[in-house]
Structure formats: C-alpha cells, structure tokens
Design a protein around this ligand. Sequence first.
Ligand SMILES: C[S@@+](CC[C@H](N)C(=O)[O-])C[C@H]1O[C@@H](n2cnc3c(N)ncnc32)[C@H](O)[C@@H]1O
Length: 316
Amino acid sequence: MMHVPVMLLDVLRHLAPAADDVLLDGTFGGGGYAAAVLDAAPCTLWAIDRDPDAIARGAALAARHPGRLHLLHGRFGDMVSLLAAHGVGALDGIVLDLGVSSFQIDDPARGFSFRSDGPLDMRMAAAGPTAADLVRDLPEDELADTLYQFGEERLSRRIARAIVAARAEGPIATTAQLAGIIRSVVPPDRSGIDPATRSFQALRIRVNDELGEIERALAQAASLLAPGGRLVVVSFHSLEDRLVKRFMIGAAGREPSPSRHDPRSLMGRAASEFHLLTPRAERPDPAEARANPRARSARLRALARNPSPSDRDNAL
Ligand SMILES: C[S@@+](CC[C@H](N)C(=O)[O-])C[C@H]1O[C@@H](n2cnc3c(N)ncnc32)[C@H](O)[C@@H]1O
C-alpha cells in the first residue's frame, strides 16, 4: 500500500524550493511531495496533516533529514496558528494536495471506500461525527441537500428517501450497506462510474468540512506568503477547484472589470499584490493519467506574491 504523488514535477516547478527557503506542505499524507522538496534544495519544511497516522508515518522521513522537516498534527485551515506556535509567520512557499490519500482510501477500516466493506466512518482525524452518524441523524431534506451540494448528485432526493426507509429497518453501519442502498435506486450509467461515487464524495466532504477548510486555508496561505512566495494547490473535483480558481483570480486582481458606469472603473484597478503562475489550471500529462487513476481528475493552480521592489531591483 503506498501513495503515488500526483503531478509531482509540476508541483516542484511552481513551488521552486531554493536554499534557505521556509516552506509548508499543508497535506503531508504519505510524504511524497515532502521527500521530493527536501531532496530538491537545502530548505526547511513544515508539514501539517490532520490524520495522526500520516504524522506518525512521517517520523522516518524527518529522521532522514535532521532538523529540516517539522511535522505538525492539525488542520491546514488553522495553519497560521499552528505555525505561529513555533514562531513561523512568513513562508516562501506552500503546497496543498487536497482530498484523501491512498493510505486512507485503501484502508477498509477508515470507511472511505465503497469498494471494500468497513465501518461507515470517513473521518480523516479521529474526532467528530462519522458518516454513519450523519446517515442516522440527518433529516431527509438535509441528507438530500448534502448529496446534491457536495456530490452534485442529481438523484439526491431519491437516495435520501431510500436511506431514510432503510434506517427505519435498522442501523446503516457499513460502507457496503450504504453502497447497496444507493445502487438499489441509482441505475449504473454508461460512464462505468459506480452509482455510489458521488454520494460517498458528498458525505466525506461534509464529515470533514473539506470546503470550509479550503476557504480558511487559502486566505491564511495568502497572508503567510513572503514577497516572491508561491502557493500551489492540486485539487481533485470541481467543487474544490472552483474555490481555488475564484480565490486565486480574485487575489491576482483578475475579477471581471466593473461596468464602465461603476465609479470604480474611473479610479483604475488597484495594483494587486499577487500574480497567477498558472493562467489556467494545469492537468497531468496523459502518461501520468494512464499510470495513476487518482491523477486523472487532478488540476493544479499556482499563485505568487509579487517580489518586493528591492528584490526586483536586485534581479535587474
Ligand atoms: C492527497 S493526500 C496528500 C499526499 C501527499 N502530497 C503525498 O505526496 O504523499 C491528502 C492528505 O491531506 C490530509 N488533509 C486533508 N484535509 C486536511 C486538512 N483540512 N488539514 C490537514 N490535513 C488535511 C489528509 O489527511 C491526507 O493525508
């Protein structure tokens, strides 16, 4: 069981680790990005993961790079306070590789996958309500809204009705039970995608407040970047990518121009502090997408804080 890092060379190209840089990997996972960053330059790397298993696995990599890799258990939505506790207030680069790792999805005991049976858990950290708790407690309407909003599931109402009927008969405690209920009311389509895919994604996003975490992380990441600092984000579905795209375009001052009747258009646009490193999302090359199914839906976006005027002068 291992995690193959997605778009690793593209991440390194945009993150551009250099000697003496202080960097953050906000999603340490299997440490694939972290290992490559530590090998790329004599930099210092802070790494966060909300999953205690990921942090425990990272000890071996930290031992191979004495004093250079610092592992922090917590959420990337709290990166400012997690780093401030260690006296770090500015970074030269930040990378986020969103979603779950292969370690999490491939372990039936974590309850993320409809492909193998396990407890209906889906928590990345061992805290808070599980997917089984939501499926047991949410009113039918809220269940349907969750499946629709976070899974873009068109048949959300039909699935919610089936779940409510099934839970009246007995607890829905396992991934196989839930997948069976969904498959009994959603016909397979021609894409070959399992009918349970979208509902499982929706519950996972809600259990872990994944979109809230991303919003908090993006704002904090921008505030932590030193002049010239880079933020690189790899996302895996349209809900994540939409948040990243909007945030980066907004930070780079690329919102659509206000109407010419709007007084702001007379004042000209304020110079932005950031610029986009990726004018549009980058995708994995076809060879990577063929070799690693997890890479197929990946999109990478990157943003940089403008260099300070003195850095620019030095570069001339
Ligand atoms: C796709 S994996 C990262 C893989 C890593 N880049 C590698 O190369 O091994 C995502 C990791 O981010 C963690 N994660 C997801 N959301 C998080 C959050 N809000 N705060 C901290 N870690 C999070 C997950 O626990 C998981 O280990």
